[in-house]
Design a protein around this ligand. Structure first.
Ligand code: ADP
Ligand code: MG
Length: 246
């Protein structure tokens, strides 16, 4: 029972179709508070779709997703859910007409209607954490890809989320900028943030994740500790995928 209490997101028999195409098939996954889950697998296996279902950016075709015990498909509004289950995308999606600080402060002030002075102090603290305090008055076009992604993470954090979903946060970056973003994410994991991270960075998955989920053709084919997946898998699909990633 105690264990059940720690489950934040519970995915039960989830399926998702795009017309006749079955993209997710009988997905079951439990996410516990403070856990870091790496989601790996070939392109087209349904990783992004699964994440997007978790904060209702996609409707689901079957099964259910529970957030803190409550089914999300029966909610009337998704605003609150998306405040609590934040998302960081591959292509940053920053507001180009706003400065770094305005990007970070926008949603807490406009959506959550929080006090601007308080949000400012928090935003500056968060920008300090991601190493961008001195860029606060700069517009996104003046930033490198790695800096943009760190702003996107800061913006997600400013909403004080319970869970953060990352969809290939470093895939659009030049190689030399991958490290600075992974390092911010690693520090975030250490603070106890609950994180689901779709990634091709096997080193990160191995080092930072508590659990690794391997998806293939719409199924969760294997799930286990990094050691289970990277060292002891008996699954040929997992082996073939990992050998290509090295
Ligand atoms: P991954 O993130 O693992 O690469 P996706 O979740 O993006 O996989 O996609 C899984 C499958 O769903 C792919 O075959 C993709 O072409 C298909 N798909 C994704 N989004 C849509 C959409 N909006 N309409 C139709 N098919 C889609
Ligand atoms: Mg994807």
């Amino acid at each position: 029972m105690q264990e059940e209490k720690n489950v934040i997101i519970s995915v039960k028999n989830l399926s998702k179709n795009y017309s006749t195409l079955a993209v997710l098939k009988d997905i079951n996954l439990e996410v516990r508070k403070g856990e870091v889950i790496a989601i790996i697998g070939p392109s087209g296996s349904g990783k992004s779709t699964m994440l997007r279902c978790m904060n209702a950016l996609e409707t689901i075709s079957g099964g259910e997703i529970y957030y803190k015990g409550e089914p999300i498909s029966t909610r009337k509004k998704y605003t609150k859910l998306r405040e609590e289950v934040g998302m960081v995308f591959q292509h940053f999606n920053l507001f180009s007409h706003m400065t770094v600080l305005e990007n970070v402060m926008y949603a807490p002030v406009k959506v959550k209607k929080r006090n601007k002075g308080t949000v400012y102090m928090e935003a500056m603290d968060i920008l300090e954490v991601v190493g961008l305090a001195e860029k606060k008055d700069v517009y996104p076009e003046m930033l490198s890809g790695g800096q943009k992604q760190r702003v996107a993470i800061a913006r997600a954090l400013a909403m004080q989320p319970e869970v953060l979903l990352f969809d290939e946060p470093t895939s659009a970056l030049d190689p030399e900028m991958v490290g600075e973003v992974l390092s911010v994410m690693k520090n975030l994991a250490k603070t106890g943030m609950t994180m689901l991270v779709v990634t091709h960075e096997m080193g990160f998955a191995r080092e930072v994740a508590d659990r690794v989920v391997f998806m293939d053709e719409g199924y969760i084919m294997e799930e286990g500790s990094p050691e289970d997946i990277f060292e002891h898998t008996q699954n040929d699909r997992v082996k073939a995928f990992l050998s290509k990633m090295l």
